[in-house]
Design a protein around this ligand. Structure first.
Ligand SMILES: Nc1ncnc2c1ncn2[C@@H]1O[C@H](COP(=O)(O)OP(=O)(O)OP(=O)(O)O)[C@@H](O)[C@H]1O
Ligand SMILES: [Mg+2]
Length: 328
């Protein structure tokens, strides 16, 4: 073999080796993507299964076989009849929550959570990122099955304020009344919508509009800043005035002063709130703090919060001694 042939063979081998290296790293990437896909598939499977369970539960209830009704997120007729759990409260009974991992294993986030939230007991949920704060509400909403235990929701709907609220395509009015979309709103409704916007500190959005509440935007997301979007969710809250609300870092983009003002207004309503927040300044608006350890143990601690003139006293409390009845 001539030298030129050897060089040419060497080049071909070099190219082949480079290509196989590339193919190998693509395979690695593909494996990772497949693991993520398997995680999603398993979650969707569980969701479909629990939806199926819910349907089955309702069907069996209709047939009068109440003892076969699977636990649902709202109290069943049987539970209400027996008074267990008491109506109009949120309850976690021995709830253990785990996060599914791509490997198929489950990581325990919280172990045996016992908590009953009667009207008036505002709870602040704290803990490190990834500790499972949002996850307990995924369980409460029925999106995740708990590993153990059960939850109950009140008869009244619970309003959810996420960190990044959804904005609907439509008018300014629609943003406030969502998920209720009104075709022919009365003057009384419009007055309530305007008031909700003012309460939420969105007067300038109203002033900016040339056609008042009928202002239409193709993409409201691009019209409002992050803080304004969160304020819009508060306008929704003030408009609907629900009995219970979960605020999941719902004021993270709002300045400290604005956040305190919104919470002060919220406290004047009849709404019982569950706040997930990192800012300790919010303690004064709550009666109980549930702190997640977030260290893989599934542990948690309760603190009774007591706002006074000089600040807030925070006293650790044994969960078995929690006296929820004094909430009202
Ligand atoms: N849809 C999901 N599918 C699988 N695992 C998830 C999903 N959402 C969250 N997790 C996992 O569950 C764990 C707890 O998440 P969670 O959202 O409850 O944390 P968090 O305490 O609310 O954190 P943060 O303060 O960052 O909002 C995280 O480790 C996360 O990776
Ligand atoms: Mg969260």
């Amino acid at each position: 073999m001539s030298q030129a042939d050897r060089i040419s063979e060497f080049r071909s081998c070099e190219v082949l080796m480079l290509k196989s290296g590339g193919a190998f790293s693509e395979c690695m990437l593909l494996t990772k993507n497949l693991e993520v896909l398997s995680g999603y598939t398993s979650r969707i499977g569980e969701l479909l299964e629990s939806l199926g369970d819910g349907k089955r539960g309702r069907k069996e209830e209709k047939q009068g076989e109440e003892d076969k009704v699977l636990p649902s997120m709202s109290p069943t007729a049987k539970e209400l009849k027996e008074g267990v759990p008491p109506p109009n409260c949120i309850e976690f009974k021995g709830v253990t929550v785990g996060a599914p991992e791509p490997s198929g294993k489950t990581r325990v986030l919280i172990r045996e959570l016992d908590l009953r939230v009667s009207p008036g007991l505002n709870v602040l949920v704290t803990g490190p990122n990834g500790a499972g704060k949002t996850s307990i509400f995924r369980v409460l909403a029925g999106l995740w099955q708990p590993l153990a235990g059960s939850t109950s929701r009140p008869v009244d709907p619970i309003m959810w304020l996420p960190q990044d609220p959804y904005l609907v395509t439509g008018t300014l009015r629609d943003q406030v009344t969502y998920p209720m979309l009104l075709r022919n709103p009365s003057e009384e409704v419009d007055a309530r919508v305007r008031n909700a916007l003012l309460e939420a500190g969105l007067k300038k959005i109203l002033d900016r509009s040339t056609v008042g509440l009928d202002q239409v935007c193709k993409e409201w997301r691009n019209e409002l800043s992050g803080g304004e979007r969160q304020r819009m969710a508060f306008a929704r809250l003030f408009f609907h005035n629900p009995k219970f609300a979960v605020l999941d870092e719902a004021t993270s983009a709002i300045n400290a002063e604005g956040e305190l003002s919104l919470y002060s207004k919220l406290l004047k309503t009849q709404c019982t709130i569950f706040s997930i927040a990192h800012r300790t300044a919010l303690r004064k608006f709550h009666k109980l703090e549930l702190e997640f350890a977030g260290d893989g143990s599934g542990g948690y601690t309760f603190y009774k919060l007591d706002a006074n003139g000089s600040g807030v006293t925070r006293v650790k409390v044994d969960s078995s001694k929690l006296d929820m009845e004094d909430a009202e």
